[in-house]
Design a protein around this ligand. Structure first.
Ligand code: SF4
Length: 263
């Protein structure tokens, strides 16, 4: 009954909130080291790294930023930068002309309007070049300790699969999730979902049979449900622990002993 309501959209708001918070607790156990995977030393570096991460892996960004951060140390340096010099350094991250324009524009705006420092305020952040709500939430959550839900492609895909959100509009999803998850958990919930998306609930083929969330997920069965087959899809350095937690969670069966949706 509970799984049917998750699947057909008749789950009550209270049931969905309880399920979302249970999902968050299970993710905390599965990914205790979840964190922002971009390297940075201050709010400005995080903002620049996040701009560079568009359509690019965090690993590649982290290979690129040391040279950039060594040459441009504050907003004034970016404001006065030669675009071609910046483009040359950030070229490996793709879309480098647009990204260079955003980064230099960010430096100029910070110097002109904010004494060279990044503001904490959401309304002020989203007015800056290259910064939308996603980037603003990353900056607020990680550099300033202000809780925020980061809606990227992992968050959209996984919360859709989990039946916690519907649609693809990042702003709508952010507000849908804000109603489900405790505010103090928003930032870590975002990191955990992104970790889960990179290691378990992979876009192309989710590892459903090795997923600790299987008993709570209406999309169980979108990927292989056989534990051994699913385990081969897991990524990261704590695969053994992910397999153990998935088995302990019920191996795709809910607490009532009923087969999960799609099983
Ligand atoms: S059960 Fe499958 S679809 Fe659902 S969260 Fe886990 S890996 Fe993703």
């Amino acid at each position: 009954m509970a799984r049917k309501s998750r699947r057909d959209g008749t789950e009550s708001d209270l049931a969905k909130k309880r399920r979302a918070r249970r999902i968050n607790r299970l993710l905390a156990a599965a990914h205790p080291d979840a964190h922002c995977e971009l390297d940075y030393g201050n709010p400005l570096e995080l903002a620049v790294a996040t701009i560079l991460s568009a359509q690019c892996t965090d690993v590649r960004v982290n290979l690129t930023t040391p040279a950039l951060f060594a040459k441009y140390r504050d907003a004034g340096d970016y404001a006065e930068a030669n675009p071609e010099d910046v483009e040359e350094i950030i070229r490996p991250t793709g879309f480098y002309r647009n990204k260079a324009r955003s980064i230099i524009g960010l430096g100029k705006a910070l110097v002109a309007d904010h004494d060279g420092r990044l503001p904490e305020d959401m309304d002020a952040l989203v007015k800056l070049p290259g910064i939308g709500r996603k980037t603003a939430n990353v900056i607020r959550g990680n550099a300033f300790g202000v809780p925020g839900i980061t809606v990227d492609t992992h968050m959209i895909r996984i919360t859709n699969r989990l039946g916690l959100t519907d649609g693809k509009d990042p702003v709508k999803l952010e507000f849908q999730l804000q109603r489900l998850i405790e505010p103090r958990e928003w930032t870590m919930f975002s990191h955990r979902i992104i970790f889960h998306g990179r290691r378990v609930c992979i876009a192309r083929k989710p590892a459903c049979g090795a997923c600790t969330l299987a008993p709570l997920c209406p999309s169980f069965g979108e990927g292989p449900t056989d534990p051994a087959e699913a385990a081969k899809l897991l990524k990261g350095d704590n695969v053994e622990e992910l397999i153990r937690l998935a088995a302990a969670a019920g191996g795709g069966r809910d607490g009532l002993g009923e087969p999960a949706v799609g099983a």
